[in-house]
Design a protein around this ligand. Structure first.
Ligand code: CMC
Length: 382
């Protein structure tokens, strides 16, 4: 039998490893550019909608008018939760983190899916249902934990506007709806990030789309990934004043604590999403009480640029997003769930793409333990 020589590469955190091929998303980390299926993120934010971007991620082309209308109709028809799921949400401890509630309910939705069909078409339908329902899960849980009645989806509002409506109890202004739509577009996908990879690892065993999405939510929650937006607001509250930034950063760097909202595995320049969020944050903050947060962030940028800029550590998407959400009246523990509301489109797009040419993810580990040795009976151990 022919022995196959395999090259073994150890790359901590899989840095630089190409895990799969994709036609969905491309990042140029040196130039600070992001494209969804070839379209620059700036163009999509300014001209598109989250609905259209979801179609783009799933199909890798922009929809025709009739296709977009059909998707919009499907989103609207499927965004209510089954009554049993609502009851379940009601039973969850109100102190649960909304990411835990979302992960649990995303998983629970599998139990209500009686369709045994596993075709690409059936899985695309599931991707649409999940994307339609994520805003409802988050908004309904938020109302219930405040002992308020959940608000049924508005039949005429788009996904972003309807989320704000169900969450805050009144129809958003056109400007507020547009900002939320832009935020969802900015978070919809990001190539082989940790949560997408987690989703693909689960999908690669030929498990189901719900399990894969639940894996993605779990990975997104951590503060090195999606959880950073909530952590940024906590940091801003702790810093409290632009005058405290310098000493805060110095102390953190001495203690080797990360400054949230800075640094990225792929971007070694300014994250293009952060640039866009910064402009929204600047505009929304204006002269309001939120302008203090904006000023702290600007000072953080200045100090970090001086201390870490030469190491390729720049603002990432999470630095300014929280200020924007805070300004819209959204509590901090919902920032990461908003990330998930958008990213579910990207997760499912990558899962569907990967299943077209599936191969089990099964890397190796570099063993560093003791060499093979005889078992010692318990009475002889010391
Ligand atoms: N503050 C201070 N130092 C940093 C930071 C930071 N935010 N980010 C990286 N570094 C330093 C780090 O201490 C290390 O220094 P040294 O070589 O001297 O030990 C070096 O840069 C490399 O850091 P790393 O953690 O090995 O780099 P990575 O590629 O694994 O990390 C990261 C990427 C995002 C985990 C990291 O930059 C970080 O923890 N940032 C803060 C958390 C954050 O904002 N996360 C959101 C990422 S963007 C949204 C998303 O898509 O998830």
């Amino acid at each position: 039998m022919e022995t196959q020589q395999k090259t073994e590469i150890y790359s901590p955190g899989l840095e630089g490893v190409i895990a799969c091929k994709t036609r969905i998303c491309q990042i140029d980390g040196q130039a600070g550019k992001l494209y969804y299926a070839g379209y620059p993120i700036e163009d999509l934010v300014h001209h598109s909608t989250f609905e259209e971007v979801s179609f783009l991620l799933w199909q890798q082309r922009l929809p025709r008018q009739d296709e977009l209308e059909q998707l919009d109709k499907m989103f609207k028809e499927t965004r209510s939760l089954p009554a049993e799921v609502l009851q379940f949400l009601e039973l969850m401890p109100h102190t649960s983190h909304p990411m835990d509630a979302l992960r649990t309910v995303a998983s629970l939705l599998a139990c209500f899916d009686t369709n045994l069909e596993k075709s690409p078409e059936a899985n695309l339908q599931r991707a649409i249902f999940l994307t339609a329902r994520f805003p409802t899960i988050v908004a309904n849980f938020h109302r219930l934990r405040q002992n308020q009645k959940p608000i049924q989806p508005h039949p005429d509002l788009g996904l972003a506007a309807n989320f704000l409506y169900m969450l805050l109890g009144k129809e958003p202004t056109a400007d507020q709806a547009r900002v939320m739509d832009a935020a969802l577009i900015l978070h919809a996908d990001h190539e082989m990030n940790a949560s997408t990879f987690a989703a693909l690892v689960t999908a690669s065993t030929l498990s189901d789309i719900y399990s894969a999405v639940a894996s993605g939510i779990g990975a997104l929650k951590g503060p090195l990934h999606g959880g950073a937006n909530e952590a940024v607001l906590k940091m801003l509250l702790e810093i409290a004043d632009p005058a405290n930034v310098e000493s805060y950063v110095e102390q953190a760097l001495v203690k080797k604590t990360k400054i949230m909202g800075f640094g990225h595995r792929i971007y070694k320049s300014y994250d293009p999403r952060a640039r866009i969020f910064k402009e929204y944050a600047r505009r929304l903050s204006g002269r309001t009480k939120f302008s203090r947060f904006f000023k702290i962030n600007e000072k953080l940028e200045e100090v970090m640029q001086a201390k870490k800029g030469q190491h390729g550590i720049f603002p990432n998407v999470d630095l300014y997003s929280g200020i924007v959400y805070h300004q819209l009246g959204i509590p901090a523990d919902l920032f990461t769930p908003i990330f998930a509301i958008a990213r579910v489109a990207g997760w499912t797009a990558h899962i569907l793409e990967y299943w077209r040419d599936n191969r089990l993810f099964r890397p190796n580990a570099l063993y560093e333990g003791p060499p093979p040795r005889p078992y010692v009976p318990i009475e002889q151990r010391r």
